[in-house]
Design a protein around this ligand. Structure first.
Ligand SMILES: *[C@@H]1O[C@H](CO)[C@@H](O)[C@H](O)[C@H]1NC(C)=O
Ligand SMILES: *[C@@H]1O[C@H](CO)[C@@H](O)[C@H](O)[C@H]1NC(C)=O
Ligand SMILES: *[C@@H]1O[C@H](CO)[C@@H](O)[C@H](O)[C@H]1NC(C)=O
Length: 468
Protein backbone atom coordinates (compact mmCIF):
# COMPACT_ATOMS: atom_id res chain seq x y z
CA UNK A 1 0.00 0.00 0.00
CA UNK A 2 1.38 3.43 -0.88
CA UNK A 3 1.72 6.04 1.85
CA UNK A 4 -1.11 8.14 0.49
CA UNK A 5 -3.47 5.16 0.24
CA UNK A 6 -2.63 4.18 3.83
CA UNK A 7 -3.35 7.74 4.99
CA UNK A 8 -6.64 7.81 3.09
CA UNK A 9 -7.64 4.46 4.60
CA UNK A 10 -6.90 5.69 8.12
CA UNK A 11 -8.93 8.86 7.49
CA UNK A 12 -11.84 6.80 6.19
CA UNK A 13 -11.72 4.49 9.21
CA UNK A 14 -12.00 7.50 11.53
CA UNK A 15 -14.86 8.91 9.48
CA UNK A 16 -16.72 5.59 9.52
CA UNK A 17 -16.41 5.39 13.29
CA UNK A 18 -17.98 8.84 13.47
CA UNK A 19 -20.86 7.77 11.18
CA UNK A 20 -21.68 4.99 13.68
CA UNK A 21 -21.74 7.51 16.50
CA UNK A 22 -24.03 9.95 14.73
CA UNK A 23 -26.33 7.18 13.48
CA UNK A 24 -26.72 5.92 17.05
CA UNK A 25 -27.37 9.45 18.35
CA UNK A 26 -30.67 10.84 17.06
CA UNK A 27 -31.16 12.91 20.27
CA UNK A 28 -28.85 14.53 22.90
CA UNK A 29 -29.83 11.73 25.29
CA UNK A 30 -28.61 9.14 22.81
CA UNK A 31 -25.38 11.07 22.17
CA UNK A 32 -24.66 11.05 25.90
CA UNK A 33 -25.53 7.35 26.15
CA UNK A 34 -23.20 6.49 23.24
CA UNK A 35 -20.34 8.53 24.76
CA UNK A 36 -20.94 6.81 28.08
CA UNK A 37 -20.67 3.37 26.45
CA UNK A 38 -17.36 4.29 24.83
CA UNK A 39 -15.97 5.56 28.14
CA UNK A 40 -17.13 2.56 30.17
CA UNK A 41 -15.58 0.21 27.65
CA UNK A 42 -12.12 1.58 28.47
CA UNK A 43 -12.62 1.61 32.23
CA UNK A 44 -14.03 5.07 33.05
CA UNK A 45 -15.99 4.94 36.31
CA UNK A 46 -19.38 6.66 36.58
CA UNK A 47 -19.75 9.21 39.39
CA UNK A 48 -22.91 10.93 40.64
CA UNK A 49 -22.93 14.64 41.35
CA UNK A 50 -24.99 14.05 44.51
CA UNK A 51 -22.35 11.74 46.04
CA UNK A 52 -19.09 12.68 47.72
CA UNK A 53 -16.11 12.18 45.40
CA UNK A 54 -13.54 12.56 48.20
CA UNK A 55 -12.67 8.87 48.51
CA UNK A 56 -13.35 8.03 44.86
CA UNK A 57 -11.32 10.37 42.66
CA UNK A 58 -7.60 9.51 42.62
CA UNK A 59 -4.52 10.11 40.48
CA UNK A 60 -4.44 7.81 37.42
CA UNK A 61 -8.23 7.35 37.68
CA UNK A 62 -10.75 7.86 34.84
CA UNK A 63 -14.25 9.14 35.61
CA UNK A 64 -17.40 10.63 34.12
CA UNK A 65 -20.84 11.76 35.16
CA UNK A 66 -23.95 12.93 33.33
CA UNK A 67 -26.46 15.63 34.21
CA UNK A 68 -30.09 15.24 33.06
CA UNK A 69 -28.69 12.47 30.84
CA UNK A 70 -28.19 15.16 28.18
CA UNK A 71 -24.82 16.63 29.24
CA UNK A 72 -21.67 14.77 30.24
CA UNK A 73 -18.28 15.48 31.79
CA UNK A 74 -15.45 12.95 31.57
CA UNK A 75 -11.96 13.32 33.03
CA UNK A 76 -8.73 11.46 33.69
CA UNK A 77 -6.49 12.52 36.56
CA UNK A 78 -2.74 12.65 35.90
CA UNK A 79 -0.56 10.43 38.10
CA UNK A 80 1.39 13.47 39.29
CA UNK A 81 -1.61 15.77 39.74
CA UNK A 82 -1.68 17.80 42.96
CA UNK A 83 -4.29 20.36 44.08
CA UNK A 84 -3.85 23.69 42.29
CA UNK A 85 -2.57 22.12 39.06
CA UNK A 86 -4.25 22.79 35.71
CA UNK A 87 -6.93 21.08 33.67
CA UNK A 88 -6.87 20.68 29.90
CA UNK A 89 -10.47 20.86 28.71
CA UNK A 90 -12.22 20.30 25.37
CA UNK A 91 -15.86 21.40 25.38
CA UNK A 92 -18.55 20.72 22.78
CA UNK A 93 -22.35 20.35 22.73
CA UNK A 94 -24.77 17.45 22.32
CA UNK A 95 -27.83 19.30 20.99
CA UNK A 96 -28.71 20.26 17.40
CA UNK A 97 -31.63 22.23 15.99
CA UNK A 98 -34.63 19.93 15.66
CA UNK A 99 -38.37 19.69 15.95
CA UNK A 100 -39.63 18.49 19.32
CA UNK A 101 -42.99 17.01 20.13
CA UNK A 102 -45.27 19.45 21.98
CA UNK A 103 -46.57 18.56 25.47
CA UNK A 104 -50.02 18.18 23.90
CA UNK A 105 -49.34 17.03 20.36
CA UNK A 106 -52.59 15.47 19.21
CA UNK A 107 -54.04 17.15 16.14
CA UNK A 108 -56.46 15.96 13.51
CA UNK A 109 -57.36 17.68 10.26
CA UNK A 110 -59.23 16.56 7.17
CA UNK A 111 -58.74 12.91 7.92
CA UNK A 112 -55.05 13.20 8.81
CA UNK A 113 -53.66 12.56 12.27
CA UNK A 114 -50.95 15.15 12.83
CA UNK A 115 -48.39 15.74 15.56
CA UNK A 116 -47.79 19.22 16.98
CA UNK A 117 -44.11 20.14 17.14
CA UNK A 118 -42.01 23.00 18.51
CA UNK A 119 -38.95 24.33 16.78
CA UNK A 120 -35.78 23.92 18.88
CA UNK A 121 -32.87 26.20 17.97
CA UNK A 122 -32.33 27.98 14.66
CA UNK A 123 -32.88 25.20 12.14
CA UNK A 124 -33.10 25.61 8.37
CA UNK A 125 -36.70 24.44 8.69
CA UNK A 126 -37.47 24.27 4.98
CA UNK A 127 -35.08 21.30 4.79
CA UNK A 128 -37.42 19.32 7.08
CA UNK A 129 -40.09 19.10 4.37
CA UNK A 130 -40.38 15.80 2.46
CA UNK A 131 -37.98 13.92 4.71
CA UNK A 132 -38.75 10.49 6.16
CA UNK A 133 -38.90 11.37 9.83
CA UNK A 134 -39.16 9.45 13.04
CA UNK A 135 -38.86 10.14 16.79
CA UNK A 136 -36.21 9.57 19.45
CA UNK A 137 -35.55 10.79 22.97
CA UNK A 138 -36.76 9.66 26.32
CA UNK A 139 -40.06 8.78 27.92
CA UNK A 140 -41.03 8.69 31.57
CA UNK A 141 -42.36 5.24 32.37
CA UNK A 142 -44.27 4.24 35.49
CA UNK A 143 -42.74 1.08 36.93
CA UNK A 144 -44.72 -1.71 38.64
CA UNK A 145 -44.10 -0.15 42.08
CA UNK A 146 -45.33 3.28 40.99
CA UNK A 147 -41.90 4.94 40.48
CA UNK A 148 -41.16 7.03 37.40
CA UNK A 149 -38.11 6.02 35.44
CA UNK A 150 -36.72 7.61 32.31
CA UNK A 151 -36.07 5.33 29.33
CA UNK A 152 -34.28 6.02 26.09
CA UNK A 153 -36.47 5.33 23.12
CA UNK A 154 -36.14 5.44 19.35
CA UNK A 155 -38.55 4.42 16.64
CA UNK A 156 -36.44 3.19 13.72
CA UNK A 157 -39.01 3.22 10.93
CA UNK A 158 -40.08 6.46 9.28
CA UNK A 159 -43.45 7.39 10.78
CA UNK A 160 -43.75 11.12 10.15
CA UNK A 161 -43.55 13.46 7.20
CA UNK A 162 -44.06 17.16 6.55
CA UNK A 163 -45.33 17.24 2.96
CA UNK A 164 -44.37 20.05 0.61
CA UNK A 165 -47.08 21.84 -1.29
CA UNK A 166 -47.14 20.80 -4.97
CA UNK A 167 -45.68 23.35 -7.37
CA UNK A 168 -49.08 23.66 -9.12
CA UNK A 169 -50.69 24.87 -5.90
CA UNK A 170 -48.02 27.37 -4.90
CA UNK A 171 -49.08 30.98 -5.16
CA UNK A 172 -46.76 31.99 -8.00
CA UNK A 173 -47.56 35.66 -7.62
CA UNK A 174 -45.49 35.63 -4.41
CA UNK A 175 -42.33 35.02 -6.44
CA UNK A 176 -40.03 32.03 -6.44
CA UNK A 177 -39.21 31.92 -2.76
CA UNK A 178 -40.77 29.14 -0.74
CA UNK A 179 -42.28 30.64 2.38
CA UNK A 180 -44.17 28.97 5.20
CA UNK A 181 -45.42 29.61 8.69
CA UNK A 182 -43.54 27.71 11.39
CA UNK A 183 -46.68 27.18 13.46
CA UNK A 184 -49.24 26.30 10.84
CA UNK A 185 -47.29 24.74 8.00
CA UNK A 186 -44.68 22.73 9.84
CA UNK A 187 -46.89 20.01 11.30
CA UNK A 188 -45.97 16.43 10.41
CA UNK A 189 -48.51 13.84 9.37
CA UNK A 190 -48.56 10.58 11.35
CA UNK A 191 -51.46 8.56 9.93
CA UNK A 192 -54.86 8.83 8.34
CA UNK A 193 -57.90 8.66 10.59
CA UNK A 194 -59.65 6.21 8.24
CA UNK A 195 -56.82 3.70 8.62
CA UNK A 196 -56.68 4.22 12.37
CA UNK A 197 -60.45 3.54 12.68
CA UNK A 198 -60.08 0.39 10.58
CA UNK A 199 -57.27 -0.94 12.71
CA UNK A 200 -59.36 -0.18 15.82
CA UNK A 201 -56.48 1.51 17.61
CA UNK A 202 -58.60 3.05 20.32
CA UNK A 203 -57.56 6.15 22.23
CA UNK A 204 -56.96 5.60 25.93
CA UNK A 205 -57.78 8.33 28.46
CA UNK A 206 -54.23 8.56 29.93
CA UNK A 207 -52.59 9.20 26.62
CA UNK A 208 -55.04 11.65 25.17
CA UNK A 209 -52.41 14.40 24.98
CA UNK A 210 -50.78 12.40 22.17
CA UNK A 211 -52.22 10.16 19.48
CA UNK A 212 -52.49 6.64 20.81
CA UNK A 213 -50.91 5.24 17.60
CA UNK A 214 -47.78 7.20 18.48
CA UNK A 215 -47.80 6.14 22.12
CA UNK A 216 -48.33 2.51 21.13
CA UNK A 217 -45.33 2.63 18.78
CA UNK A 218 -43.16 3.89 21.65
CA UNK A 219 -44.61 1.30 24.05
CA UNK A 220 -43.81 -1.46 21.54
CA UNK A 221 -40.19 -0.33 21.36
CA UNK A 222 -39.96 -0.62 25.14
CA UNK A 223 -42.05 -3.80 25.37
CA UNK A 224 -44.51 -2.23 27.80
CA UNK A 225 -48.14 -1.15 27.58
CA UNK A 226 -49.04 2.36 26.44
CA UNK A 227 -50.66 3.32 29.76
CA UNK A 228 -47.31 3.10 31.53
CA UNK A 229 -45.89 5.96 29.45
CA UNK A 230 -46.49 9.10 31.51
CA UNK A 231 -44.52 11.72 29.64
CA UNK A 232 -42.44 12.21 26.49
CA UNK A 233 -39.37 14.26 25.55
CA UNK A 234 -38.94 13.45 21.90
CA UNK A 235 -37.01 14.95 19.01
CA UNK A 236 -37.87 14.30 15.41
CA UNK A 237 -34.99 12.98 13.35
CA UNK A 238 -34.33 12.05 9.72
CA UNK A 239 -34.21 8.25 9.29
CA UNK A 240 -31.75 8.52 6.39
CA UNK A 241 -28.43 7.48 7.91
CA UNK A 242 -25.21 9.44 7.83
CA UNK A 243 -22.99 8.27 4.93
CA UNK A 244 -19.67 8.79 3.18
CA UNK A 245 -20.33 10.67 -0.09
CA UNK A 246 -18.63 12.41 -3.00
CA UNK A 247 -16.96 10.94 -6.09
CA UNK A 248 -13.76 10.25 -4.15
CA UNK A 249 -15.33 9.50 -0.76
CA UNK A 250 -14.27 12.95 0.36
CA UNK A 251 -17.49 14.05 2.07
CA UNK A 252 -19.67 13.06 4.97
CA UNK A 253 -23.37 13.67 4.27
CA UNK A 254 -25.01 13.66 7.65
CA UNK A 255 -27.47 15.15 10.12
CA UNK A 256 -26.21 16.83 13.33
CA UNK A 257 -22.56 17.37 12.32
CA UNK A 258 -23.01 20.51 14.41
CA UNK A 259 -22.01 19.45 16.94
CA UNK A 260 -21.87 15.68 17.24
CA UNK A 261 -18.70 15.71 15.17
CA UNK A 262 -16.81 17.73 17.79
CA UNK A 263 -18.47 15.72 20.60
CA UNK A 264 -17.28 12.49 19.01
CA UNK A 265 -13.77 13.77 18.24
CA UNK A 266 -13.22 15.08 21.77
CA UNK A 267 -14.36 11.87 23.50
CA UNK A 268 -12.36 9.73 21.05
CA UNK A 269 -9.24 11.88 21.55
CA UNK A 270 -9.53 11.66 25.33
CA UNK A 271 -9.73 7.86 25.13
CA UNK A 272 -6.89 7.69 22.64
CA UNK A 273 -4.68 9.94 24.78
CA UNK A 274 -4.94 7.32 27.54
CA UNK A 275 -3.98 4.32 25.44
CA UNK A 276 -0.41 4.56 26.72
CA UNK A 277 -0.83 4.51 30.54
CA UNK A 278 2.63 5.98 31.02
CA UNK A 279 1.59 9.36 29.60
CA UNK A 280 -1.19 9.72 32.20
CA UNK A 281 1.03 8.43 35.00
CA UNK A 282 3.52 11.20 34.18
CA UNK A 283 0.90 13.92 33.74
CA UNK A 284 0.66 16.70 36.33
CA UNK A 285 -2.74 17.85 34.99
CA UNK A 286 -6.30 16.59 34.56
CA UNK A 287 -7.62 15.86 31.03
CA UNK A 288 -11.30 16.68 30.62
CA UNK A 289 -14.11 16.64 28.04
CA UNK A 290 -17.33 18.58 28.73
CA UNK A 291 -20.35 18.00 26.50
CA UNK A 292 -23.13 20.49 27.17
CA UNK A 293 -26.78 20.48 26.19
CA UNK A 294 -28.75 23.56 25.04
CA UNK A 295 -26.07 25.42 23.06
CA UNK A 296 -28.53 25.92 20.22
CA UNK A 297 -30.84 27.93 22.48
CA UNK A 298 -28.19 30.08 24.15
CA UNK A 299 -26.71 27.67 26.74
CA UNK A 300 -28.80 29.11 29.58
CA UNK A 301 -30.07 26.00 31.34
CA UNK A 302 -28.92 23.78 34.18
CA UNK A 303 -27.26 21.51 31.59
CA UNK A 304 -25.84 24.22 29.34
CA UNK A 305 -22.47 25.96 29.25
CA UNK A 306 -24.01 29.03 30.94
CA UNK A 307 -24.70 27.03 34.12
CA UNK A 308 -22.26 26.37 36.98
CA UNK A 309 -21.72 22.81 35.68
CA UNK A 310 -18.09 23.18 34.64
CA UNK A 311 -17.12 25.50 37.47
CA UNK A 312 -18.70 23.22 40.09
CA UNK A 313 -16.82 20.25 38.66
CA UNK A 314 -13.48 22.07 38.63
CA UNK A 315 -14.03 23.23 42.23
CA UNK A 316 -14.69 19.70 43.41
CA UNK A 317 -11.51 18.45 41.79
CA UNK A 318 -9.48 21.13 43.56
CA UNK A 319 -11.08 20.70 46.99
CA UNK A 320 -8.48 20.03 49.70
CA UNK A 321 -6.17 21.75 52.17
CA UNK A 322 -5.14 24.63 49.90
CA UNK A 323 -7.98 27.22 50.05
CA UNK A 324 -6.97 28.92 46.79
CA UNK A 325 -6.30 25.76 44.75
CA UNK A 326 -9.30 26.42 42.48
CA UNK A 327 -8.25 30.01 41.67
CA UNK A 328 -4.66 28.94 41.03
CA UNK A 329 -5.72 26.11 38.80
CA UNK A 330 -7.93 28.34 36.64
CA UNK A 331 -4.80 30.18 35.55
CA UNK A 332 -3.00 26.96 34.75
CA UNK A 333 -5.90 25.51 32.79
CA UNK A 334 -6.89 25.81 29.14
CA UNK A 335 -10.18 25.42 27.33
CA UNK A 336 -10.59 24.32 23.72
CA UNK A 337 -14.16 25.21 22.74
CA UNK A 338 -14.91 22.92 19.81
CA UNK A 339 -17.90 23.78 17.61
CA UNK A 340 -18.28 23.37 13.86
CA UNK A 341 -17.17 26.16 11.47
CA UNK A 342 -18.34 27.33 8.04
CA UNK A 343 -16.37 26.11 5.04
CA UNK A 344 -16.40 28.49 2.09
CA UNK A 345 -19.41 27.81 -0.17
CA UNK A 346 -18.50 27.57 -3.88
CA UNK A 347 -21.54 29.59 -4.92
CA UNK A 348 -21.61 32.05 -2.03
CA UNK A 349 -17.91 32.69 -1.63
CA UNK A 350 -18.61 36.41 -1.14
CA UNK A 351 -19.96 35.53 2.33
CA UNK A 352 -16.41 34.88 3.52
CA UNK A 353 -13.69 37.46 4.07
CA UNK A 354 -11.21 37.07 1.19
CA UNK A 355 -8.22 35.96 3.25
CA UNK A 356 -10.19 33.64 5.50
CA UNK A 357 -11.99 30.99 3.53
CA UNK A 358 -11.85 27.68 5.40
CA UNK A 359 -11.67 24.65 3.13
CA UNK A 360 -12.53 21.01 3.69
CA UNK A 361 -9.71 18.54 4.52
CA UNK A 362 -7.52 21.40 5.74
CA UNK A 363 -8.06 20.74 9.41
CA UNK A 364 -9.64 22.54 12.34
CA UNK A 365 -10.54 26.20 11.88
CA UNK A 366 -9.30 28.57 14.57
CA UNK A 367 -12.00 31.22 15.00
CA UNK A 368 -11.01 34.76 15.84
CA UNK A 369 -13.30 37.72 16.46
CA UNK A 370 -12.28 41.15 17.70
CA UNK A 371 -15.72 41.63 19.27
CA UNK A 372 -15.27 38.52 21.39
CA UNK A 373 -17.91 36.44 19.70
CA UNK A 374 -15.05 33.95 19.84
CA UNK A 375 -12.69 33.70 22.81
CA UNK A 376 -9.48 32.98 20.89
CA UNK A 377 -6.51 35.26 21.66
CA UNK A 378 -3.15 35.60 19.92
CA UNK A 379 -1.47 33.72 22.78
CA UNK A 380 -3.90 30.81 22.75
CA UNK A 381 -3.93 30.39 18.98
CA UNK A 382 -0.14 30.64 18.71
CA UNK A 383 0.50 27.63 20.91
CA UNK A 384 -2.20 25.50 19.34
CA UNK A 385 -0.79 26.33 15.90
CA UNK A 386 2.69 25.37 17.13
CA UNK A 387 1.35 22.08 18.48
CA UNK A 388 -0.36 21.33 15.16
CA UNK A 389 2.81 22.16 13.25
CA UNK A 390 4.94 19.91 15.45
CA UNK A 391 2.68 16.96 14.61
CA UNK A 392 2.12 17.85 10.96
CA UNK A 393 -1.63 18.37 11.49
CA UNK A 394 -3.20 21.09 9.31
CA UNK A 395 -5.15 23.99 10.87
CA UNK A 396 -6.65 27.14 9.31
CA UNK A 397 -7.91 30.51 10.47
CA UNK A 398 -11.22 32.31 10.26
CA UNK A 399 -12.62 35.77 10.92
CA UNK A 400 -16.08 36.83 9.89
CA UNK A 401 -16.55 39.76 7.49
CA UNK A 402 -17.01 43.07 9.30
CA UNK A 403 -20.35 43.60 7.56
CA UNK A 404 -21.80 40.24 8.57
CA UNK A 405 -23.36 38.89 11.73
CA UNK A 406 -21.27 36.34 13.54
CA UNK A 407 -22.54 33.22 15.24
CA UNK A 408 -21.35 32.51 18.73
CA UNK A 409 -20.61 29.44 20.77
CA UNK A 410 -19.80 28.16 24.24
CA UNK A 411 -16.19 29.43 24.23
CA UNK A 412 -16.88 33.09 25.13
CA UNK A 413 -19.52 32.08 27.72
CA UNK A 414 -17.17 29.74 29.54
CA UNK A 415 -14.15 31.99 29.20
CA UNK A 416 -16.06 34.98 30.64
CA UNK A 417 -17.42 32.87 33.51
CA UNK A 418 -14.15 31.24 34.48
CA UNK A 419 -11.46 33.68 33.30
CA UNK A 420 -9.68 30.77 31.67
CA UNK A 421 -7.48 30.86 28.56
CA UNK A 422 -9.65 29.71 25.69
CA UNK A 423 -9.47 28.96 22.00
CA UNK A 424 -12.48 28.50 19.68
CA UNK A 425 -12.02 25.89 17.00
CA UNK A 426 -14.23 23.73 14.77
CA UNK A 427 -14.11 21.56 11.68
CA UNK A 428 -15.33 23.26 8.46
CA UNK A 429 -18.75 22.22 7.12
CA UNK A 430 -21.47 23.35 4.73
CA UNK A 431 -25.27 23.53 5.22
CA UNK A 432 -24.98 24.21 8.95
CA UNK A 433 -28.36 23.69 10.70
CA UNK A 434 -29.88 21.92 7.71
CA UNK A 435 -31.44 18.52 8.40
CA UNK A 436 -28.59 17.18 6.27
CA UNK A 437 -25.19 18.83 6.50
CA UNK A 438 -21.84 18.01 4.90
CA UNK A 439 -18.17 18.12 5.80
CA UNK A 440 -14.84 16.66 4.68
CA UNK A 441 -13.98 13.04 5.53
CA UNK A 442 -10.39 13.75 6.54
CA UNK A 443 -11.24 16.43 9.09
CA UNK A 444 -12.50 13.83 11.56
CA UNK A 445 -8.99 12.43 11.79
CA UNK A 446 -7.36 15.88 11.81
CA UNK A 447 -9.54 16.90 14.75
CA UNK A 448 -8.89 13.72 16.76
CA UNK A 449 -5.14 13.98 16.18
CA UNK A 450 -4.95 17.58 17.35
CA UNK A 451 -7.14 17.00 20.41
CA UNK A 452 -5.10 13.93 21.33
CA UNK A 453 -1.84 15.87 21.07
CA UNK A 454 -3.39 18.64 23.19
CA UNK A 455 -4.28 16.23 25.99
CA UNK A 456 -0.94 14.45 25.97
CA UNK A 457 1.21 17.53 25.81
CA UNK A 458 -0.76 20.17 27.66
CA UNK A 459 1.39 20.06 30.79
CA UNK A 460 4.35 21.27 28.72
CA UNK A 461 2.27 23.81 26.74
CA UNK A 462 0.95 25.52 29.87
CA UNK A 463 4.25 27.27 30.62
CA UNK A 464 4.44 28.59 27.07
CA UNK A 465 1.08 30.34 27.18
CA UNK A 466 1.58 32.60 30.18
CA UNK A 467 -0.75 35.58 29.73
CA UNK A 468 -0.39 37.60 32.92
C1 LIG B 1 -33.31 17.71 30.34
O1 LIG B 1 -32.90 17.87 28.98
C2 LIG B 1 -33.93 17.91 28.04
C3 LIG B 1 -33.31 18.00 26.66
O2 LIG B 1 -32.60 19.19 26.46
C4 LIG B 1 -34.91 19.03 28.33
O3 LIG B 1 -35.97 19.03 27.41
C5 LIG B 1 -35.42 18.86 29.75
O4 LIG B 1 -36.25 19.92 30.06
C6 LIG B 1 -34.26 18.80 30.71
N1 LIG B 1 -34.68 18.78 32.10
C7 LIG B 1 -35.26 17.79 32.78
C8 LIG B 1 -35.51 18.05 34.21
O5 LIG B 1 -35.57 16.75 32.26
C1 LIG C 1 4.38 5.44 26.33
O1 LIG C 1 4.75 6.75 26.70
C2 LIG C 1 6.04 6.84 27.29
C3 LIG C 1 6.24 8.26 27.82
O2 LIG C 1 5.91 9.23 26.89
C4 LIG C 1 7.09 6.42 26.26
O3 LIG C 1 8.38 6.49 26.82
C5 LIG C 1 6.78 4.99 25.81
O4 LIG C 1 7.68 4.63 24.77
C6 LIG C 1 5.34 4.85 25.30
N1 LIG C 1 5.02 3.46 25.07
C7 LIG C 1 4.49 3.05 23.93
C8 LIG C 1 4.20 1.59 23.87
O5 LIG C 1 4.23 3.80 23.00
C1 LIG D 1 -21.55 29.17 -8.71
O1 LIG D 1 -20.75 28.15 -9.31
C2 LIG D 1 -20.58 28.26 -10.71
C3 LIG D 1 -19.81 27.04 -11.21
O2 LIG D 1 -18.54 26.96 -10.55
C4 LIG D 1 -19.91 29.57 -11.07
O3 LIG D 1 -19.85 29.72 -12.47
C5 LIG D 1 -20.71 30.73 -10.46
O4 LIG D 1 -20.03 31.93 -10.67
C6 LIG D 1 -20.92 30.52 -8.97
N1 LIG D 1 -21.76 31.57 -8.44
C7 LIG D 1 -21.37 32.44 -7.51
C8 LIG D 1 -22.38 33.45 -7.10
O5 LIG D 1 -20.27 32.38 -6.98
Amino acid sequence: MSKTTATATAALAHATEFLDFVNQSPSPFHAVEESKKKLEKVGFIELKERDSWGDKVEPNGKYFFTRNKSSLIAFAVGGKFIQGNGVSIIAAHTDSPCLKIKPVSKKEKFGYLQVGVQTYGGGLWHTWFDRDLSVAGRVMVESEDGKHISKLVRVEKPILRIPNLAIHLVDRTSGEAFTFNKETHLTPVLATSAKVLNEKVTGKEEVEKHHSVLVELLANELSITGERIKDLELCLYDTQPSVIGGALDEFIFSPRLDNLMMSHCSITALIRSLENDTTLAEDTCIRMVALFDNEEIGSKSAYGADSHLLEATLRRLQAGKNPTAFEESIHKSFLVSADMAHAVHPNYSEKHEENHRPAMHKGLVIKVNANQRYATTAATSLEIKALAKKHGIPVQEFVVRNDMACGSTIGPILSAKLGMRTIDVGAPQLSMHSIREMCGTEDVQHSIQLFNAFFQEYQHLDQKILVD
